[in-house]
Design a protein around this ligand. Structure first.
Ligand code: IPM
Ligand code: MG
Length: 357
């Protein structure tokens, strides 16, 4: 039976990088006879402009019927002035939440070829291989009540709610422990339990779960310390599990360690391993339309999609291998450019990966 993949190009550089990732997907489809059927829909600013909503009903309906979703990126200053509930980011949060994509896997892997592109010295980052497991549909991103209200004295107050219940913590904990089991069996749970009750419970539940995974070495870390440790001695980490907001912040940091956020893919999974795949980076309005964006994070997201949702590990490995070959050949987009390498644009980079396949 054909596997349905829904493509959501999104905004700004989104369509540019997605076009390259689609070329790669089509190449492996042909090579490994995967029988993939593509469909397209709008999300983010593109959804708002075309259909009046950052997450149009039609997009959600198609998403529910697909085996996997590939997303570029959403957002940009074009939509700075729209009402909050119509913002492009709201479209992304809605689709994550509607599909219950609670488990966000963000691997930060140092390609040896890029050790010099990192802001840290090569000895700190060479061989780096971290997996951040971020809870994606709860925590302060979604907690109610939330809003901006006017107080009795006339001034306004913004407020949000940070909460996690036990089952929410348990299901992301399970994903993280299981990920650790097939990696180096070290798990670091990040919280702020010296201040926030929601994360006192988080720490308690994760600690309780450790009994089911005796082989996994579990430790806990406050988020401020984790941020420091990530840039001081990143190789101490194997799998990191944390809530939505801390995961958002720490994954950008981890991304930069590897040389460029333009290299980092992600998977957002539901309980049946259906999922949405997207680069960790944003829509980069500053470089949109110039065909200079790095498409590799999106291409590597296709590899994750093949592995986690489409049961095609061979094709996934082939894509990762092809990316490595292209880097070996010295091709670099501007974000990972170093001396002596060949500077290429978005399309050339995509073509080179297809050729390496
Ligand atoms: C991410 C992004 C999103 C998030 C934004 C665009 C809503 O930063 O995927 O990390 O905060 O989750
Ligand atoms: Mg982010």
């Amino acid at each position: 039976m054909a596997k349905k993949v829904l493509i959501l190009p999104g905004d700004n550089i989104g369509p540019e990088i997605v076009a390259e990732a689609v070329k790669v997907l089509q190449r492996v489809d042909q090579k490994y006879k995967l029988d993939i059927e593509l469909d397209y829909a709008h999300l983010g600013g593109a959804g708002l402009d075309a259909e009046g909503s950052p997450c149009p009903a039609q997009t959600l309906a198609k998403a529910r019927q697909s085996d996997a979703i590939l997303l570029g990126a959403v957002g940009g200053p074009q939509w700075d002035d729209v009402e909050r509930h119509l913002r492009p980011e709201k479209g992304l949060l809605t689709i994550r939440s509607e599909l219950d994509l609670f488990g966000n896997l963000r691997p930060a892997i140092m390609y040896p070829q890029l050790a010099h592109a990192s802001s840290l010295k090569p000895e700190f980052v060479s061989g780096l291989d971290i997996l951040i497991v971020r809870e994606l549909v709860g925590g302060i991103y979604f907690g109610e009540p939330r809003g901006i209200r006017t107080l009795e004295d006339g001034q306004r107050e913004g407020y949000n709610t940070y909460k996690y219940n036990e089952s929410e913590i348990r299901r992301i904990g399970k994903m993280a422990f299981e990920a650790a089991m097939v990696r180096n069996k070290r798990l670091c749970s990040v919280d702020k339990s010296n201040v926030l009750e929601a994360t006192v419970l988080w720490r308690e539940v994760i600690s309780d779960m450790a009994a089911d995974y005796p082989e996994v070495e579990l430790r806990h870390m406050y988020v401020d310390n984790a941020a420091m440790q990530l840039v001081m001695n990143p190789k101490q980490f194997d799998v990191v599990v944390t809530g939505n907001m801390f995961g958002d912040i720490l994954s950008d940091t981890a991304a930069m360690l590897t040389g460029s956020i333009g290299m980092l893919p992600s998977a957002s999974l539901d309980k049946n391993s259906g999922g949405m795949y997207e680069p960790c980076h944003g829509s980069a309005p500053d470089i949109a339309g110039q065909s200079i964006a790095n498409p590799l994070a999106t291409i590597l997201s296709v590899a994750m999609m093949l592995r986690y949702s489409l049961n095609a590990p061979e094709a996934a490995n082939a894509i990762e291998q092809a990316v490595s070959v292209v880097l070996d050949n010295g091709l670099r987009t501007a974000d990972i450019q170093t001396e002596g390498c060949k500077l290429v644009g978005t399309v050339e980079m995509g073509d080179a990966v297809v050729a390496a396949l």
